[in-house]
Design a binder for this molecule. Structure first.
Ligand code: AHR
Length: 531
């Protein structure tokens, strides 16, 4: 037996339109292959895959952070504009690849226009100069009459792109980052103060995001965040943080309990933000942008005691004489399929999204790494819908309006601590709820939606959802996606697009404002209360 209570008086905060967004970076075939393939049967006049554009458009992905990632810290945007045949091919040492710039600055933004999504742009704060950043904003957002804005018009885009959100670099605390500011948070924060000021003087409507910690495993977490913000608190709007959760192979509890570490991270960053705001006597609240995240099961790697606290630097440095630079041919995209159990991919990612929803008062942006692939699975020829597509799309559709306090009373489990490798060291957690939940009250569309994951692999639960404080509930719909006990490893494909499509479970009943339902083992449940 489990119980969830939601009351109209207990609100967390408004849900940002950008909370369920995605992250894009030209690694492997993500750009050359998935986004761009002039030889594809659906390619448009710019060489973009029409099937991908249509699928993403239909999913209504609100925003995409682009064009990276580690890649962007050495990307020379000025060499990626204008006539394609005159563009320069550069090396991307972060990912050992050639960057032919067939997809350049204008193409990224025009692709986003075609998808109908907001581009969240990351500036090169590694090798890029202060002037490059100013020129880029002028090129992108200025009306006209200046060298860079007129060049944009000459290159075919008359109107300014109006990009609102600008990140001041990517993972600048990481020793692996090209042009890293690792060990120099004050210098980085001071540079951000100046760049943010300058680009806001070019376009006063923009928002900026400064790099917080690349992971809560960083040696200087959370001092980095505090020192950076101390330099630039008054001129930035978002603190950009990343986290990739790892669980040992087959440890479903640790995988699905991963969202608790996200919550720890969010709570710490919120405390740092509040501390710096107080120090600055500032009424402003910098928001948290969780613009890269993901969950995976990984084999344990050997630990290397004696190499420093967490060896984050060592694990990322690669001077590999045998590693070749690769030019990714857009027409040579290999078949991709989720490694491991597809349902677990979906449930673990949804659990993180529920954590963001529960912290809607502090988290303004969430960009899932691989989020575009989650919404639109693809191979060389086709696109299809995976389990993640369905869960993620439901979040985009239903997690709107106001995030509501969602009280859960249910059976719990303990999660022992573990270390995947030197950098990913997890303290244990006690009392993890088997039922993971969050809710949203969308007054505009007249519905309250309660989301619930059953993390338990062995047991279903009778679940009572008490919404008796709400008046005028006219009907309830319960959609579910669950692990198939007869085929837990089943995978979606172009010929099996609907095997994870949500089904309506009609067995529940509503009495005196309490909806009673059954939630299956390893399941995703969406309860829509229509008002
Ligand atoms: O998504 C892959 C990489 O992970 C990104 O480039 C980087 O920002 C992070 O470390």
């Amino acid at each position: 037996m489990a119980k969830i209570t939601v009351h109209p008086d207990f609100k967390i905060g408004d849900i940002s339109e950008r909370l369920f967004s995605a992250f894009l970076e030209p690694i492997g075939t993500i750009v050359n292959g998935f986004m761009y393939n002039p030889k594809h049967k659906t390619a448009d006049e710019q060489g973009f895959r029409g099937d991908v554009i249509e699928a993403l458009k239909a999913s209504k992905v609100p925003a995409v952070r682009l064009p990276g990632g580690n890649f962007v810290s050495a990307w020379q945007w000025k060499d990626s504009i204008g006539k394609k045949e005159e563009r320069r091919v550069h090396l991307d040492p972060a990912w050992y690849q050639y960057i032919p710039n067939d997809v350049g600055h204008d193409e990224y933004l025009q692709w986003a226009e075609k998808v109908g999504t907001e581009p969240l742009y990351t500036l090169n704060m590694g090798t890029g100069t202060f002037q490059d950043a100013m020129d880029l904003v002028e090129y992108t957002n200025f009306e006209g009459g200046s060298y860079w804005s007129d060049l944009r018009k000459k290159n075919g885009h008359e109107k300014p792109y109006g990009v609102k959100m600008w990140y001041l670099g990517n993972e600048m605390d990481g020793p692996w980052q090209l042009g890293s500011w690792s060990g120099h948070p004050e210098d980085y924060g001071f540079r951000c103060r100046e760049v943010s000021k300058a680009i806001k003087w070019i376009d006063a409507s923009i928002e900026t995001g400064v790099c917080g910690s690349s992971a809560s495993f960083m040696e200087d977490f959370p001092e980095w965040d505090e020192k950076v913000l101390d330099q630039c608190y008054d001129v930035v709007d978002h603190l950009s943080v990343h986290h990739y959760h790892s669980a040992p192979p087959d440890d479903v509890k640790a995988l699905l309990g991963g969202s608790l570490y996200y919550e720890d991270f969010i709570n710490t960053e919120a405390a740092v933000i509040d501390y710096v705001a107080s120090k600055h006597r500032s009424p402003k609240k910098v928001m948290i942008s969780f613009d890269e995240y993901g969950c995976m099961m990984r084999e344990n790697a050997p630990l290397n005691p004696g190499w420093g606290r967490y060896n984050m630097a060592r694990s990322h440095y690669r001077f590999d004489p045998k590693r070749p630079y690769i030019l990714h041919d857009p027409d040579n995209m290999k078949h991709f399929e989720f490694p491991g159990r597809e349902i677990l991919h979906m449930l673990s990612a949804m659990s993180v999204q529920l954590a963001f929803l529960r912290h809607a008062d502090r988290v303004s942006i969430g960009c899932m790494t691989g989020g575009l692939g989650a919404l639109c699975s693809s191979d060389h020829d086709n696109v299809w819908k995976s389990a993640s597509h369905y869960g993620y799309s439901q979040m985009i559709k239903y997690a709107r309006g106001i995030s509501m306090k969602t009280v859960v009373d249910c059976e719990t489990y303990d999660m022992p601590g573990y270390a995947i490798e030197d950098t990913s060291q997890y303290t244990g957690k006690e009392g993890v709820n088997y039922i993971d939940s969050a809710s949203a009250w969308d007054k505009e569309n007249k519905r309250l939606t309660v989301f619930a994951i059953n993390r338990n692999e062995e047991s279903d639960y009778s679940l009572n959802i008490d919404v008796s404080g709400f008046t005028g509930i006219s009907g309830v719909k319960h959609y579910e996606i669950f692990s198939d006990p007869d085929d837990p490893d089943k995978k979606s494909s172009v010929n099996a697009q609907d095997i994870y499509a949500p089904v309506e479970n009609k067995s529940g009943s509503l009495k005196d404002g309490v909806y009673s339902a059954n939630v299956k083992p390893l399941s995703w449940n969406v309860f829509v209360f229509e008002m």
